[in-house]
Design a protein around this ligand. Sequence first.
Ligand SMILES: Cc1cc2nc3c(=O)[nH]c(=O)nc-3n(C[C@H](O)[C@H](O)[C@H](O)COP(=O)(O)OP(=O)(O)OC[C@H]3O[C@@H](n4cnc5c(N)ncnc54)[C@H](O)[C@@H]3O)c2cc1C
Ligand code: FES
Length: 261
Amino acid sequence: MVEQTATIISNRCETGLYFRLVLHAPAIAPNVQPGQFVHIRIPSLKDALLRRPFSVFDTGQETISILYKVVGKGTVALARMRENEDLSLLGPLGHGFTIPTANSEFPLLVAGGYGMAALYLLAKQSTQKGIVFAGARERNDILCEAEFRALGWDVRVATEDGSYGERGLVTQPLRTELERQAEGRKLFACGPTPMLEAVSKLAEEFGVGAEVSLDQHLCCGVGACLTCVVPVKTSDGWEYQRACTEGPVFDARKILWEAGL
Ligand SMILES: Cc1cc2nc3c(=O)[nH]c(=O)nc-3n(C[C@H](O)[C@H](O)[C@H](O)COP(=O)(O)OP(=O)(O)OC[C@H]3O[C@@H](n4cnc5c(N)ncnc54)[C@H](O)[C@@H]3O)c2cc1C
Ligand code: FES
């Protein structure tokens, strides 16, 4: 992990409230594992000391890109930033996904909204192409479908309002696929906590492995403040683990969902 001043190469609106930020970050880019994140300090914010975490969407030799949704003051300020301005980045941070290989289980990726951002690098680095289940409230929240398809993945879409793909929650087409075949498959998910819990229950029901990237509120991002702890089962009970260091990606079977996240 390093702290680096990164220069904005581009920061453009993709669709609706979603922006793609490309940064020149040569000290971080070569070391990113799928599912890891960077912690960004946004200089124009009054509470600039408080960084904001974002999954690394993609990397180039000296660049990283981030796909973010504008939700509050930090992301509003980020969306106003322009080419050649600088940001402070801490990264790469956290424990990422296990990358599927040709010999491992067939990967089923499950994304809710900007959860797609945490899964793209995994899809890119996986030597086995599987299925991506992309879910969102409406059509405008379905991100980078074409980019996943261009990598050779089968993309299946579900929207809650039925404006695109199957109507309903993303877990429905996932269930249908698991009913068709569960053996030899593994789930990788990122999205809102209720979706991750539902994916974990499906994994348990069908006896397949699952890795989930938790969207906890983070503060320090480096394991010092304990704001991000998650109850995780151990051999003799359970313990709190930090989403920013032991996670954000966890084995779904180990999370004590019933304790509430
Ligand atoms: C490991 C990790 C990876 C993430 N990756 C991405 C990503 O790739 N793209 C992306 O758009 N966002 C991502 N997020 C969420 C992102 O960090 C928050 O949306 C951002 O910090 C909000 O900052 P803000 O100042 O704009 O909002 P604030 O003004 O701080 O909050 C605005 C609203 O957003 C909610 N919010 C804040 N943080 C989170 C959070 N972590 N999860 C859910 N709701 C939150 C607040 O409760 C509030 O309702 C990630 C979060 C984590 C923990
Ligand atoms: S955010 Fe501080 S310990 Fe995880």
